[in-house]
Ligand binder design. Structure first.
Ligand SMILES: C[S@@+](CC[C@H](N)C(=O)[O-])C[C@H]1O[C@@H](n2cnc3c(N)ncnc32)[C@H](O)[C@@H]1O
Length: 280
Protein backbone atom coordinates (compact mmCIF):
# COMPACT_ATOMS: atom_id res chain seq x y z
CA UNK A 1 0.00 0.00 0.00
CA UNK A 2 1.22 3.51 -0.80
CA UNK A 3 -0.33 6.87 0.13
CA UNK A 4 2.51 8.97 -1.29
CA UNK A 5 2.63 10.39 -4.77
CA UNK A 6 4.46 13.18 -6.56
CA UNK A 7 1.68 15.05 -8.39
CA UNK A 8 3.76 17.62 -10.29
CA UNK A 9 6.97 19.65 -10.14
CA UNK A 10 8.44 22.73 -11.77
CA UNK A 11 9.42 26.38 -11.30
CA UNK A 12 11.54 25.32 -8.31
CA UNK A 13 8.68 23.59 -6.46
CA UNK A 14 7.14 20.14 -5.96
CA UNK A 15 3.52 19.17 -5.34
CA UNK A 16 3.15 15.97 -3.33
CA UNK A 17 0.32 14.04 -1.72
CA UNK A 18 0.94 12.39 1.63
CA UNK A 19 -2.27 10.49 2.41
CA UNK A 20 -5.06 13.03 2.80
CA UNK A 21 -2.72 16.05 2.70
CA UNK A 22 -1.31 17.75 -0.42
CA UNK A 23 1.70 20.03 0.00
CA UNK A 24 3.56 22.49 -2.23
CA UNK A 25 7.23 22.79 -1.17
CA UNK A 26 10.52 24.15 -2.55
CA UNK A 27 12.53 21.93 -4.91
CA UNK A 28 15.49 23.84 -6.38
CA UNK A 29 16.33 21.14 -8.94
CA UNK A 30 12.86 21.30 -10.57
CA UNK A 31 13.95 23.98 -13.03
CA UNK A 32 11.44 22.90 -15.72
CA UNK A 33 7.82 24.10 -16.09
CA UNK A 34 4.99 22.44 -14.16
CA UNK A 35 3.06 19.97 -16.33
CA UNK A 36 -0.32 20.76 -14.80
CA UNK A 37 -0.57 24.27 -13.27
CA UNK A 38 -4.29 24.00 -12.23
CA UNK A 39 -3.44 20.98 -10.06
CA UNK A 40 -1.44 23.16 -7.66
CA UNK A 41 -4.68 24.70 -6.35
CA UNK A 42 -5.21 21.38 -4.55
CA UNK A 43 -2.37 22.17 -2.10
CA UNK A 44 -3.59 22.28 1.51
CA UNK A 45 -0.48 24.24 2.54
CA UNK A 46 2.78 25.49 1.09
CA UNK A 47 6.25 26.10 2.46
CA UNK A 48 8.59 28.87 1.37
CA UNK A 49 12.16 29.91 2.11
CA UNK A 50 11.59 33.45 0.81
CA UNK A 51 11.61 36.02 3.67
CA UNK A 52 12.63 33.31 6.15
CA UNK A 53 11.26 29.82 6.54
CA UNK A 54 7.49 29.76 6.68
CA UNK A 55 4.41 27.65 6.06
CA UNK A 56 1.28 29.12 4.50
CA UNK A 57 -1.96 27.38 5.43
CA UNK A 58 -0.34 25.36 8.23
CA UNK A 59 -3.38 26.10 10.41
CA UNK A 60 -5.48 24.04 7.99
CA UNK A 61 -3.33 20.94 8.59
CA UNK A 62 -3.71 18.46 11.44
CA UNK A 63 -0.84 18.61 13.91
CA UNK A 64 -0.10 14.96 13.14
CA UNK A 65 -1.37 12.61 10.46
CA UNK A 66 -0.40 9.18 9.11
CA UNK A 67 0.48 8.04 5.61
CA UNK A 68 1.63 4.66 4.37
CA UNK A 69 4.70 4.92 2.18
CA UNK A 70 5.54 1.69 0.33
CA UNK A 71 3.85 -0.41 2.98
CA UNK A 72 5.36 1.42 5.97
CA UNK A 73 3.01 3.57 8.05
CA UNK A 74 4.63 6.88 9.03
CA UNK A 75 3.64 9.60 11.47
CA UNK A 76 3.86 12.94 9.65
CA UNK A 77 3.91 16.47 10.99
CA UNK A 78 5.08 19.79 9.53
CA UNK A 79 8.39 20.92 11.01
CA UNK A 80 9.65 24.50 11.01
CA UNK A 81 12.29 23.52 8.39
CA UNK A 82 9.68 22.29 5.91
CA UNK A 83 10.33 18.60 6.58
CA UNK A 84 7.56 16.15 7.47
CA UNK A 85 9.25 13.11 8.98
CA UNK A 86 9.76 11.21 5.74
CA UNK A 87 12.02 11.52 2.70
CA UNK A 88 9.94 9.72 0.04
CA UNK A 89 12.93 9.48 -2.34
CA UNK A 90 14.21 6.70 -0.05
CA UNK A 91 11.16 4.48 -0.49
CA UNK A 92 12.58 2.33 -3.32
CA UNK A 93 15.58 1.70 -1.07
CA UNK A 94 13.25 0.55 1.73
CA UNK A 95 11.78 -2.07 -0.63
CA UNK A 96 15.27 -3.17 -1.68
CA UNK A 97 16.37 -3.51 1.97
CA UNK A 98 13.34 -5.65 2.90
CA UNK A 99 13.71 -7.88 -0.17
CA UNK A 100 17.48 -8.26 0.17
CA UNK A 101 17.41 -9.06 3.89
CA UNK A 102 14.51 -11.50 3.46
CA UNK A 103 16.38 -13.35 0.69
CA UNK A 104 19.64 -13.40 2.66
CA UNK A 105 17.90 -14.60 5.84
CA UNK A 106 16.68 -17.69 3.99
CA UNK A 107 20.35 -18.69 3.50
CA UNK A 108 21.38 -18.24 7.15
CA UNK A 109 20.61 -20.01 10.41
CA UNK A 110 20.95 -16.83 12.54
CA UNK A 111 19.05 -13.52 12.05
CA UNK A 112 21.01 -10.80 10.28
CA UNK A 113 22.09 -7.69 12.18
CA UNK A 114 21.18 -4.45 10.41
CA UNK A 115 22.63 -1.06 11.45
CA UNK A 116 20.92 2.18 10.35
CA UNK A 117 23.10 5.28 10.96
CA UNK A 118 21.71 8.86 10.85
CA UNK A 119 18.44 7.00 10.90
CA UNK A 120 15.96 9.93 11.21
CA UNK A 121 12.33 8.75 11.52
CA UNK A 122 13.16 5.11 10.91
CA UNK A 123 11.60 4.15 7.57
CA UNK A 124 14.69 2.13 6.63
CA UNK A 125 14.95 0.60 10.13
CA UNK A 126 11.39 -0.67 9.78
CA UNK A 127 12.15 -1.95 6.26
CA UNK A 128 14.99 -3.94 7.85
CA UNK A 129 12.69 -5.23 10.58
CA UNK A 130 10.16 -6.31 7.91
CA UNK A 131 13.04 -8.22 6.31
CA UNK A 132 13.45 -10.13 9.60
CA UNK A 133 16.75 -8.52 10.66
CA UNK A 134 17.66 -7.56 14.19
CA UNK A 135 18.05 -3.77 13.90
CA UNK A 136 20.07 -1.03 15.51
CA UNK A 137 18.80 2.52 14.88
CA UNK A 138 21.18 5.40 15.65
CA UNK A 139 20.45 9.12 15.56
CA UNK A 140 21.80 12.03 17.62
CA UNK A 141 18.34 13.58 18.01
CA UNK A 142 16.33 12.24 20.94
CA UNK A 143 13.16 13.63 19.37
CA UNK A 144 13.79 11.80 16.07
CA UNK A 145 14.49 8.50 17.85
CA UNK A 146 11.20 8.91 19.74
CA UNK A 147 9.45 9.63 16.42
CA UNK A 148 10.97 6.47 14.91
CA UNK A 149 9.81 4.41 17.91
CA UNK A 150 6.27 5.72 17.36
CA UNK A 151 6.56 4.63 13.72
CA UNK A 152 7.61 1.15 14.88
CA UNK A 153 4.50 1.03 17.05
CA UNK A 154 2.29 2.16 14.15
CA UNK A 155 3.62 -0.78 12.14
CA UNK A 156 3.11 -3.35 14.90
CA UNK A 157 6.89 -3.69 15.29
CA UNK A 158 7.26 -2.50 18.91
CA UNK A 159 8.29 -5.98 20.02
CA UNK A 160 10.71 -6.56 17.15
CA UNK A 161 14.38 -6.65 18.24
CA UNK A 162 15.38 -3.04 17.52
CA UNK A 163 17.98 -1.18 19.61
CA UNK A 164 17.11 2.53 19.72
CA UNK A 165 20.27 4.59 20.25
CA UNK A 166 20.52 8.36 20.77
CA UNK A 167 24.19 9.08 20.04
CA UNK A 168 26.71 10.66 17.73
CA UNK A 169 27.28 8.06 14.99
CA UNK A 170 31.09 8.19 15.04
CA UNK A 171 31.24 7.91 18.83
CA UNK A 172 28.74 5.06 18.77
CA UNK A 173 30.76 3.20 16.11
CA UNK A 174 33.98 3.59 18.13
CA UNK A 175 32.23 2.05 21.14
CA UNK A 176 30.74 -0.79 19.07
CA UNK A 177 34.20 -1.67 17.72
CA UNK A 178 35.54 -1.90 21.29
CA UNK A 179 32.51 -3.96 22.39
CA UNK A 180 33.12 -6.34 19.47
CA UNK A 181 29.63 -5.90 18.00
CA UNK A 182 29.38 -6.57 14.28
CA UNK A 183 26.71 -5.96 11.63
CA UNK A 184 25.87 -7.84 8.43
CA UNK A 185 24.09 -4.93 6.74
CA UNK A 186 24.74 -1.22 7.20
CA UNK A 187 22.97 1.86 5.87
CA UNK A 188 24.23 5.40 6.34
CA UNK A 189 22.69 8.70 5.22
CA UNK A 190 25.11 11.29 6.63
CA UNK A 191 23.87 14.88 6.69
CA UNK A 192 25.78 17.71 4.98
CA UNK A 193 25.95 19.32 8.36
CA UNK A 194 24.73 18.02 11.71
CA UNK A 195 25.25 17.94 15.42
CA UNK A 196 26.01 14.90 17.57
CA UNK A 197 24.30 14.22 20.88
CA UNK A 198 26.89 16.27 22.75
CA UNK A 199 26.78 19.09 20.18
CA UNK A 200 29.69 17.61 18.15
CA UNK A 201 29.85 19.24 14.72
CA UNK A 202 29.41 16.83 11.78
CA UNK A 203 30.54 18.25 8.44
CA UNK A 204 30.33 15.62 5.74
CA UNK A 205 33.49 16.68 3.88
CA UNK A 206 35.64 16.15 6.99
CA UNK A 207 33.72 13.48 8.91
CA UNK A 208 32.58 10.99 6.28
CA UNK A 209 35.92 9.21 5.77
CA UNK A 210 36.15 8.64 9.53
CA UNK A 211 32.58 7.34 9.59
CA UNK A 212 33.28 4.94 6.72
CA UNK A 213 36.49 3.62 8.31
CA UNK A 214 34.53 3.00 11.51
CA UNK A 215 31.78 1.30 9.49
CA UNK A 216 34.44 -1.06 8.13
CA UNK A 217 35.39 -1.84 11.74
CA UNK A 218 31.87 -3.04 12.63
CA UNK A 219 31.25 -5.03 9.45
CA UNK A 220 30.74 -8.75 10.14
CA UNK A 221 32.88 -11.36 8.42
CA UNK A 222 29.84 -12.34 6.32
CA UNK A 223 28.53 -8.94 5.19
CA UNK A 224 25.36 -8.64 3.11
CA UNK A 225 25.42 -4.94 2.12
CA UNK A 226 26.74 -1.45 2.81
CA UNK A 227 24.38 1.25 1.53
CA UNK A 228 25.51 4.89 1.39
CA UNK A 229 23.13 7.71 0.48
CA UNK A 230 23.58 11.46 0.37
CA UNK A 231 21.62 14.66 -0.09
CA UNK A 232 24.75 16.83 -0.21
CA UNK A 233 25.37 18.83 -3.44
CA UNK A 234 28.49 17.50 -5.18
CA UNK A 235 28.15 14.02 -3.65
CA UNK A 236 27.25 12.48 -6.97
CA UNK A 237 26.67 8.73 -7.48
CA UNK A 238 30.27 8.35 -8.69
CA UNK A 239 31.63 10.14 -5.59
CA UNK A 240 29.75 7.67 -3.35
CA UNK A 241 30.83 4.80 -5.59
CA UNK A 242 34.50 5.79 -5.26
CA UNK A 243 34.19 5.93 -1.46
CA UNK A 244 32.71 2.42 -1.31
CA UNK A 245 35.32 1.08 -3.75
CA UNK A 246 38.06 2.30 -1.42
CA UNK A 247 36.27 0.86 1.58
CA UNK A 248 35.64 -2.73 0.52
CA UNK A 249 37.47 -4.87 -1.99
CA UNK A 250 35.59 -7.34 -4.16
CA UNK A 251 31.84 -7.70 -4.31
CA UNK A 252 29.60 -5.59 -6.50
CA UNK A 253 29.03 -1.83 -6.34
CA UNK A 254 26.03 -0.14 -7.92
CA UNK A 255 24.99 3.49 -7.82
CA UNK A 256 22.21 5.83 -8.85
CA UNK A 257 20.07 8.82 -8.04
CA UNK A 258 17.30 8.82 -5.46
CA UNK A 259 14.11 9.97 -7.14
CA UNK A 260 10.77 11.38 -6.15
CA UNK A 261 8.26 9.66 -8.39
CA UNK A 262 4.53 9.71 -8.92
CA UNK A 263 1.89 9.86 -11.60
CA UNK A 264 2.87 8.60 -15.04
CA UNK A 265 2.95 12.08 -16.61
CA UNK A 266 5.24 13.59 -13.93
CA UNK A 267 8.99 13.89 -14.35
CA UNK A 268 10.99 11.96 -11.77
CA UNK A 269 12.74 14.49 -9.51
CA UNK A 270 16.36 13.72 -8.55
CA UNK A 271 16.62 14.11 -4.77
CA UNK A 272 19.94 12.70 -3.64
CA UNK A 273 22.30 9.92 -4.59
CA UNK A 274 23.09 6.36 -3.54
CA UNK A 275 25.74 3.73 -3.88
CA UNK A 276 25.65 0.23 -2.43
CA UNK A 277 28.07 -2.60 -2.01
CA UNK A 278 26.80 -6.17 -2.03
CA UNK A 279 28.52 -9.50 -1.84
CA UNK A 280 28.43 -10.90 -5.37
C1 LIG B 1 19.61 13.54 6.27
S1 LIG B 1 18.80 13.07 7.77
C2 LIG B 1 18.72 11.37 7.48
C3 LIG B 1 17.49 11.03 6.70
C4 LIG B 1 17.06 9.56 6.84
N1 LIG B 1 18.16 8.64 6.70
C5 LIG B 1 15.96 9.24 5.89
O1 LIG B 1 16.23 9.04 4.70
O2 LIG B 1 14.80 9.25 6.28
C6 LIG B 1 20.07 13.26 8.94
C7 LIG B 1 19.80 12.68 10.34
O3 LIG B 1 21.09 12.58 10.95
C8 LIG B 1 20.99 12.97 12.31
N2 LIG B 1 22.34 13.42 12.70
C9 LIG B 1 22.98 14.56 12.35
N3 LIG B 1 24.25 14.56 12.82
C10 LIG B 1 24.41 13.38 13.50
C11 LIG B 1 25.48 12.78 14.20
N4 LIG B 1 26.66 13.39 14.32
N5 LIG B 1 25.30 11.55 14.74
C12 LIG B 1 24.10 10.95 14.64
N6 LIG B 1 23.04 11.46 13.97
C13 LIG B 1 23.20 12.66 13.42
C14 LIG B 1 19.92 14.02 12.37
O4 LIG B 1 19.33 14.07 13.66
C15 LIG B 1 18.95 13.53 11.27
O5 LIG B 1 17.93 12.74 11.82
Amino acid sequence: MNDYTLLDSGHGRKLERFGKITLDRPCAQAVWSPANPPLWKQADASFTRKDGLQWKGRERLPEVWHATVNGIKMKLSTTDFGHLGVFPETRDMWDWITTTLTAEASKRSEPLNFLNLFAYSGGATLAGAKGGAHCCHVDASKGMVQWARENAQLNGLSDHPIRWIVDDCNKFLQREIKRGRRYDAILLDPPSFGRGKGGELYKIEQALLDTLNLVKGVLSDRPCFVYLTSHTPGFTPIVLNNLLRQLILGGKIEHGEMLLTGEAHTFPVPSGTWSRWTQK
